[in-house]
Ligand binder design. Sequence first.
Ligand code: ZN
Length: 678
Amino acid sequence: MRKQLTMLAMATALCVSCDKGKEADVAFNYTSENFADIQMLRYEVKGFDELTLDQKKLVYYLQEAALQGRDILFDQNGRHNLVIRKMLETVYTDYQGDKTTEEWANFVTYTKRVWFSSGIHHHYSADKFQPGFSEEFFREALASVDTDKLPLAEGQTLAELCDEVFPAIFDPTVMPKRVNQADGQDLVLTSASNYYDDVTQAEAEAFYNNLKDPNDATPVMYGMNSRLVKEDGKLVEKVWHTDGLYGEALSKVVYWLEKALTVAENDEQKAVIEKLIKYYRSGSLEDFDDYCIAWVNDLDSHIDFVNGFTESYGDPLGMKASWESIVNFKDVEATKRTQTISDNAQWFEDNSPMDNRFKKETVKGVTAKVITAAILAGDLYPSTAIGINLPNSNWIRSAHGSKSVTIGNLTEAYNMAALGNGFNEEFVYSDEERRLIEQYDALTGDLHTDLHECLGHGSGKLLPGVDPDALKAHGSTIEETRADLFGLYYIGDPKMVELGLLPNAEAYKAEYYGQMMNGLMTQLVRIEPGATVEEAHMRNRQLIARWAYEHGKADNVIELVKRDGKTFVKINDYEKLRALFGELLAEVQRIKSEGDYEAGRQLVEQYAVQVDQELHREILDRYAALNLAPYKGFINPVYTAITDAEGNITDVTLSYDESYDAQMLRYSTDYATLPYRN
Ligand code: ZN
């Protein structure tokens, strides 16, 4: 599970009292180019030079293992993506025609967007982008380059290649959504992601319900690592492992993991890598659970990583996991903050507003740390999370705990890139709220991420016999709502000041204001006029904000104030708002614990999906005037292994000067692991 950045956090200036801000290296160049609705940033891997040679080698091998999986995500996001990417890249590098035209500029933008999204659909809204160039232009451009470089199938002509993929690129009615969440439709048939082939939603649900045994106390995550297809009228799973689907890519991942084994920091970490390799070879979900348990128990290693099929946001049924990787090491100083939180995990569980029946008697092994990201890959690249909590298996979380991380150097990069961009001046109600935000938001933002990941997702339990997938298509939204509410409820608790996590009793207001402004208004800049809210994290934020707004109306807790034709959020009673968060948390926990699908669906449909069109238009206009990009992503640093005459690595160096397109083209050459058609 993940936490993503809100619009506010992207826009907030660093606070003067924030330690992280003081350390921030002003000389580091955090920003890069902009295109479409994207701003590219860079992150600094502070502390890399202080690693030992073996630790540097470990990071090096693991980042290679991370990059080798890149093609998998492209293919998971849509069956034509690898073919289309290759066609675009060949034209991008080899086209000799006129590059001063608007059509060429639009072609470049489209190619950059496909790289960014690992496919032809928007990384966040999941809508297909419409190219700003014509079929004729692309056809002629393709005809002008060396045919040998194009991804032709056996015996295929260029005209046939165009026939194969042009509808996916140009026809807005073909594969319009990567993940469709619209209530009442066949979500599997209408989603373009490549997790099912020729299978209806009802067939997929029946197939997996059949596998589940309600009495199994340790169920594997059925369906997580396979494509479900129909062969001769029968449903079969094509499992992703070294001898199965995606085997070419996974074998290369394993190759680098085996190198990593030779420099593992300790026996626990060695066991983690060994078990991961075993799972990649077998494709067995029992092996995956084994690996997850070993991973949760590896607490002392300085370097850590995620590498695998992990999050299920890309599957409309929330089962199939997209491939991702992050390699990181511990930020020892900042981890003291999360340590304090996890040390008090039982107190938070015991005192939470949820019904006692849903509380964990013993909170096991909630560990939290602040990490420095060293590489981002797969579904964490270039758009990324700022917090991660894994593993996702419910029974492993209850029996063995989970690891939760806040990615410190990424939030720092967001903060630094947003310095003085005018966002708060435009959208925040008055100087008083701006003062709160400037003073505390960098701190409360990180703290909310810690609480969301380390306690929120780890809190509560399902009643016996409740299916973890009972909330179906609304499961992700409800789960993110629950974790956010847990964080919001506790960030306003006096315990925060008592534990030294917040400096005083007003700091939490910065987070409350930011969350309400984001959920009621400013996150709407991320969606097109006329669209509804689709993405799980956006839905959860609107759900919380709208619900609190509606339920606080009688007491005038939150107002939407108009001034000079502009709408502002005004919070009149922060304490009552906290009580409302607690009330909603109790209800959302009940829905999750009891698997109350209908109540979950109603909450989502009533508060999370619909958009006030007039307000949306106003927010878009105000935002457009600021000239900011609503989405950010990161260019990775480049790691180079320095070797001696015998080929032994004597050092690993790091550079930050690669451009976005150079990085993407290099990855497509050096890490082209899969056939174009899988
Ligand atoms: Zn989350």
